[in-house]
Design a protein around this ligand. Structure first.
Ligand SMILES: Cc1cc2nc3c(=O)[nH]c(=O)nc-3n(C[C@H](O)[C@H](O)[C@H](O)COP(=O)(O)OP(=O)(O)OC[C@H]3O[C@@H](n4cnc5c(N)ncnc54)[C@H](O)[C@@H]3O)c2cc1C
Length: 455
């Protein structure tokens, strides 16, 4: 329960239509795509940086937890108000402040949807490269706070690579300005990159200067079907070693293909047990050459066949729905987004199959293979205690396998609450201690998303 005097003062900062305190209304802000539920005591909808500052100052005074929230599509529990307090919904900070083609920049508030940025950039011949599958309904603030990435990260990188500067309110209540408006700039520490991916634990992002990229002249698709996952993984290694890299390279395992067959029985060859969806982009003159060399790299003894896909849109749609479709076949999925170096993918996929057998836990794996980023989904029934126990032990060994292969525990979803128990596997004690010190400097009273990220 929040103190009455606190609610009264919050009410002095925001008009009634931008503050929820009724528990029934607040419940809509209690969950994210981790499917856990932690209701906040109030939900605040600021529309200016000054209002954000006022709310942060008030929460500091009362030491009330404050959880920034975009659209709640995150899968790691980042926007869950685990310790109650206030959910700070940035969804009404919706202005695209400027579109500046000469400087290849868009300045936007955090509540703007990723897709709205793409729509604003396109008429000028540009796009903003971060392209999570949730682009139509996730916010720029959420994308920044998780350093989101999607299929095109293999060529263009993730959110961290496409932001010039930020305005943000620290946990201490200071409005800070990081980075600059230009594509070159080395004055001071790079706080922009520090805040990106910090999952709302250091500061609330209130404005972002986004760096745009020219739209490619054209795109072309290739599809390759394999008899087994290992030969498919070997092809990935060959493709990524080429100078003519793809603009997207997605891997689907046998379980993923079965999921697609359930909806579209005739879409895939019956004997395919793994598949690559490949895209190349660039100038018309470049496409034919890059497609030919990539096609050659796809060929190995496990290849069933590879084909040019003039219109692969139905398959891309199917790929994007894989994650929600998993709920059709299991009551619960433990959904990870680990990354290993591309050259280690064959060994990693073999290891996953062995662990799945050892612990008798079904898994379905797909993902952004060109980055070595695989969505590992352990399919379980939460009502069977023994199965949940085996799944936990299986997951623990999967993380050990990833770290042993020089990989990382999360490529795009972040740590949030879901992975915080494991981050000591990846980050050593002195580095973790330095991170906690940084958190203390930004957020001395530990009000911003408390308890997240750290074990
Ligand atoms: C179907 C589906 C597909 C997805 N596909 C992808 C994908 O391809 N790639 C990918 O990277 N992710 C993907 N995601 C995950 C999710 O969409 C991303 O993490 C997205 O960036 C979250 O945006 P959001 O607005 O929903 O943020 P939320 O979930 O509301 O918040 C995410 C985190 O950001 C913090 N935060 C939000 N706004 C701010 C702010 N203004 N200042 C400071 N902190 C803030 C929150 O505290 C939280 O820690 C997918 C999710 C779904 C449901």
């Amino acid at each position: 329960m929040l103190p009455i005097s606190f609610i009264t003062q919050l009410g002095n900062l925001l008009p009634p239509e931008r503050l929820l305190t009724d528990p029934v209304d607040c419940y809509a802000y209690a969950y994210d795509n981790s499917r856990k539920i932690f209701p906040p005591g109030a939900v605040a909808f600021p529309i200016t940086s000054a209002e954000v500052q006022g709310i942060v100052a008030l929460c500091n005074g009362y030491e009330i937890p404050l959880t920034p929230r975009g659209r709640g599509t995150g899968t790691s529990g980042g926007s869950l108000p685990e310790q109650g307090g206030v959910a700070l919904s940035l969804e009404r900070m919706l202005r695209i402040i400027s579109v500046d083609p000469a400087n290849r920049v868009i300045v936007a508030e955090p509540g703007v949807l990723n897709q709205s940025v793409q729509d604003a950039a396109k008429p000028h011949g540009f796009f903003w490269p971060p392209d999570p599958s949730s682009a139509a309904y996730s916010s720029i603030g959420g994308n920044l706070a998780t350093s989101a990435g999607g299929p095109h990260a293999v060529k263009y990188g993730t959110t961290r690579d496409h932001v010039l500067g930020l305005k943000a309110v620290t946990g201490g209540g200071e409005l800070i300005k990081t980075g600059c408006y230009t594509t070159k700039g080395v004055v001071g520490y790079d706080l922009t990159r520090l805040l990106i991916g910090s999952e709302g634990t250091l500061a609330v992002i209130t404005e972002a200067t986004l760096k745009l990229t020219s739209l490619p002249q054209t795109r072309a698709g290739l599809i390759a079907y394999y008899r087994d996952a290992r030969s498919c993984a070997s092809a990935i290694v060959q493709i990524m070693a080429l100078p003519q890299g793809p603009s997207a390279l997605e891997f689907l395992d046998a379980g993923s293909l079965d999921l697609i067959r359930r909806r579209s029985p005739d879409m895939l060859p019956p004997n395919a047990l793994a598949m690559l969806m490949i895209e190349v982009d660039g100038a018309f003159s470049y496409i034919a050459e890059s497609r030919a060399v990539i096609l050659a790299a796809c060929r190995n003894t496990g290849l069933i066949h590879a084909e040019e896909a003039a219109d692969a849109s139905a398959l891309w749609r199917a790929r994007k729905t894989l994650s929600p479709l998993l709920r059709d076949i299991a009551p619960k999925k433990i959904n990870e987004d680990v990354v290993v170096p591309v050259s280690a993918l064959p060994e990693f996929l073999d290891g996953l199959a062995q662990l799945s057998n050892k612990y008798r836990i079904a898994n379905i794996n797909f993902g952004h293979a060109g980055n070595g980023n695989i969505h590992v989904n352990l399919l379980v029934n939460p009502d069977i205690a023994d199965e949940m126990d085996r799944a936990e032990r299986c997951l623990n060994e999967i993380f050990d396998l990833v770290i042993g292969l020089n990989g990382t525990l999360s490529g795009e979803h972040g740590v949030g609450s879901e992975k915080r128990a494991y981050i000591g596997k990846e980050i050593d004690a002195p580095t973790l201690a330095l991170m906690k010190e940084i958190k203390r400097v930004f957020d001395p009273r530990n009000i911003l998303n408390p308890g997240k990220l750290f074990p």
